[in-house]
Every structure is written in C-alpha cells, then in structure tokens.
Design a protein around this ligand. Structure first.
Ligand code: 5AD
Ligand code: SF4
Length: 438
C-alpha cells in the first residue's frame, strides 16, 4: 500500500468556509490532512472576498508557495471559496502555477477535478449547478469528532445589501432539505458532537422541505433537532433582522437546547444609511425586534455586525450608530471599516475620508469593548453551564463555552472534553472567564 497523499488547507473568512473546508477534506478521500504546507501534495486555499484586498492577499499567499512547487513539481495548488468564484480563470492567468480553481457551489466536483490535475490538466469550475452539493459531499465513515460542529443548512443570499459581495459569490438563497440536515446531525452526534451551530448566510431565512414535504422554517428545523438524543446545544448564525419570524423568537423562550445567544447584524444605526445600504429595516424596528426577543428570553446575549464609513456617512449618522449600540448593550459585536467591493452598488459612490473612517471605527470599537467587558464582568458570581472543548494552555486546565458563548477556563483535571458542567464564574479576563465547578 502506498502512503496517503497529504493535503494542506488554509481557510479564510467565515464559519461557512470552515465547514466547507471540512467537507472538501473529507471529499478528497485519497488524502490525509497536514498542518505543514511543505509536506503537502496538494495545497488548497479556501478564500474569502468580503472585505479588504482579499484577492491580493490570495495572490501574495500563492507567491509563497512558488518555491515549494519548484522543488516538488507534482504538488497541486488549488484556490476555492469566494475569491475563486469572483476571479475565476483570472487566477490561473495571474498565477500559472495554480492547477485548480473551484467556486463554493461546485465542491462536490472536487474529487473529479483533482483527478484531472493528476494528468497535468488545469481544472476550473465556478458554475452554480442544480445538484445538491452536500448530499454528494458525504462524510468519510464515522471518524470521531470534537464536541462542537458546524452544519450548513442554507447558502446564498437574496438581500443584496449595497456593500456586499455574498449574493454574487454564493448565489441565490438555497435551503437544504430538513431530512438531510437531521441525518447529518444524528451522524455528528454518533461521532461525539454535543453542540451544533447551524450555518447560513441568511440562516433565519431557511425555507427547506420538511421531512413530510411541508415547508419548514428554521424554528421547525430547530424543534426537530431538539428531539435528537445526545445533542445538547443548538446555535445558528448569521441572521437578518427581517427574517426573525415569530416562531423563531418564541423558540428562544421555549426550546431549552437553543442557546441564549443571537448574532443579529444591524450594520448602522442611521435610517438614512440603512436605506442607502438597502437594508429594509430601520434602527427603531431593530430595537423593537430586540425587545420582543428579550421578552421571550430575557438573558439572551446579543451580538451584531457594524460597518463604519459607508459612503455618505456623516458624523451625525455615526452618532446614531453609537446611540443604537448604547441602547442594545451587546455582549459581542464585530465592526468593520467599509471596504468597496467591485460589482456592488455602493462601489460606485464617493467614499468617506479614510482617516475619518478609521477614527469612527476606533470610537465604535472602544464602546463595544466596554460593553463586552461589563457584560462579561456581570457573569462573575453566577453559575453557567460550560461545554468543555479542549485542554487549556496551563497544566490540568480545560476550556469550554458557556451558554452565552463566553470562553471559560477551569483548572480541574477531572473535567473531560465533551462534558457539560455547572461552573461558578470567579473572574473575568480580557477575552475569557475563569471559574470552578459549582
Ligand atoms: N465592507 C465592510 N464590511 C463588510 N461586511 C460585508 N461586506 C462588507 C464590506 N464591503 C461585513 C458586514 C457583514 C459582515 C459579515 O461583514 O458587517 O455582516
Ligand atoms: Fe451580504 Fe446583506 Fe446578504 Fe448579509 S444580508 S450576506 S450583508 S447581502
């Protein structure tokens, strides 16, 4: 028997890319994964196009592998993800050493594409085929897993926010059938998973076929997952405010496996900017929505995304964003300086002065950090349930996540990976909590 070939995957961007990289690694059955690019027979970059000079980063990363390819001519180099989708054949024109370019909707064709590269051919696929990609990207049999997993249930986006490339790189919204998701969830649980995070660019817009053929909402899917024995925790991300349906809000109050954490990006607190962003909600409607969610689940921890320096944003618009953040009190929030994306409507508009945008970003991040810290500190003295994921850096220490997604460190060698234990929080650090068994 020949030794398996080695695959090095570098993943950029969102959690969906993390999930996709796992699926691609499993689909390339003749390969074993390695963390060392210099050992690899195939290098795959799973790229992100959402912000910054993403394509440029990919080209410079590819440049670093030139030497490896010169030493090992059989080394295959592939580019996957949203830069692959956006740039297509241009990648091979600019970096002729690239053997394979595959867009996110064509990953199930990867094994066949890889085989073509072995005969010296170049393989390119950035189609949006009609097939069920994930059905054909079946997992390798029964390899055991850590206690948490991602599971993609929905892909693509029909919202067309004026700044965003996702509707172009990931395509239209598609939901996977519930029965397949449930099968995958049961399989994950058999392999040791206790917490599943359902993924989708617009996950709460999920509208898949139910096991009985009826139209399923995300809430109905969550209730079916709630019945899976051995699955203890359910999360989902990322959601759009306009798709927070009544049944989903209610599930936050009544489904005990659904964790009290919600990532609900608003992007801006200025109605004028929200309109220019094509967000189709206002600051007020967002705040009212959060009131309803908190009425259903008072302790829910809110998280969000913000863009500062969107074209035409004035200081008054930015103040409205700060006001909204004050009103919500986020447990986590991610803020980004606007980055013009070619092909999106906002790319045609005049940009805010870069120094001004930097200054706003710093002010927003300072406010968010204060909120995060104060919510973290409010956990001290409380008992939370922690799902332990791995050993910590210190001897005998374990690290896990609370219901609220806070990282919690506990120095207790009797704790096991995969165990859920009540932990009394004793202190709050910069980015994590510390506690002891309650
Ligand atoms: N510039 C800056 N941030 C962006 N995001 C999406 N597109 C852009 C862009 N062009 C942010 C949004 C989104 C998150 C995933 O990335 O806040 O919610
Ligand atoms: Fe992009 Fe808006 Fe769709 Fe989110 S909802 S993926 S920001 S277009």
């Amino acid at each position: 028997m020949t030794a398996p070939k080695k695959l090095f995957i570098k993943t950029y961007g969102c959690q969906m890319n993390v999930y996709d990289s796992e699926r691609m690694a499993e689909a390339l059955a003749g390969y074993e994964q390695t963390n060392a690019p210099e050992e690899a027979d195939m290098i795959l970059l799973n790229t992100c196009h959402i912000r910054e000079k993403a394509a440029e980063k990919v080209y410079s990363e590819l440049g670093r592998y030139k030497g490896l390819k010169a030493d090992k001519p059989d080394l295959k180099i592939g580019v996957a993800g949203c830069v692959a989708q956006a740039e297509g054949a241009e990648i091979m024109r600019r970096q002729p050493m690239v053997d394979l370019v595959v867009g996110p909707q064509s990953y199930h064709r990867l094994p066949e594409m890889e085989a073509r590269t072995q005969t010296g051919e170049k393989a390119l696929d950035t189609d949006f085929p009609e097939e069920d990609k994930f059905e054909r990207l079946k997992s390798r049999p029964k390899a055991s897993r850590g206690p948490t997993a991602f599971l993609t249930v929905q892909e693509g986006c029909d919202k067309f926010c004026a700044f965003c490339v996702v509707p172009y790189t990931r395509g239209a919204e598609v939901s996977r059938p519930a029965a397949r998701i449930l099968d995958e969830a049961r399989d994950l649980v058999e392999r040791g998973v206790r917490e599943i995070t359902l993924l989708g660019q617009n996950v709460n817009a999920y509208h898949g076929a139910g096991p009985d053929g009826s139209d399923y909402t995300l809430a109905r899917l969550i209730w079916d997952l709630d019945k899976v024995d051995g699955l203890e925790r359910i999360r989902f991300t990322t959601s759009h405010p306009n798709d927070m349906t009544d049944d989903l809000i209610e599930a936050h109050g009544t489904c005990s496996k659904l964790m009290p954490y919600l990532h609900l990006p608003v992007q801006s607190g200025s109605d004028r900017i929200l309109k220019r962003m094509n967000r189709s909600h206002t600051a007020e409607s967002y705040l009212r929505l959060i009131e309803r969610i908190r009425a259903a689940r008072p302790d829910i921890l809110m998280s969000g995304d913000f863009i500062v320096g969107f074209p035409e944003e004035t200081e008054a618009d930015f103040q409205a964003t700060l006001d909204l953040v004050e009103a919500v009190q986020y447990g986590y929030a991610y803020s980004f300086k606007y980055s013009s994306r070619p092909g999106t409507p906002a790319a045609e508009r005049a940009e805010v002065d870069a120094a001004e945008a930097d200054d706003r970003l710093q002010r927003l991040q300072a406010l968010i950090t204060r909120q995060q810290r104060s919510i973290q500190e409010s956990m001290v003295g409380r008992t939370v349930n922690v799902l332990f994921e791995k050993p910590g850096r210190l001897e005998g220490q374990m690290v896990g996540k609370s219901e609220y997604l806070h990282a919690v460190h506990v120095a207790d060698p009797t704790l096991k990976t995969g165990e859920i234990a009540p932990i009394r929080i004793v202190s709050s650090g910069a980015n994590s909590l510390a506690g002891t068994r309650a």
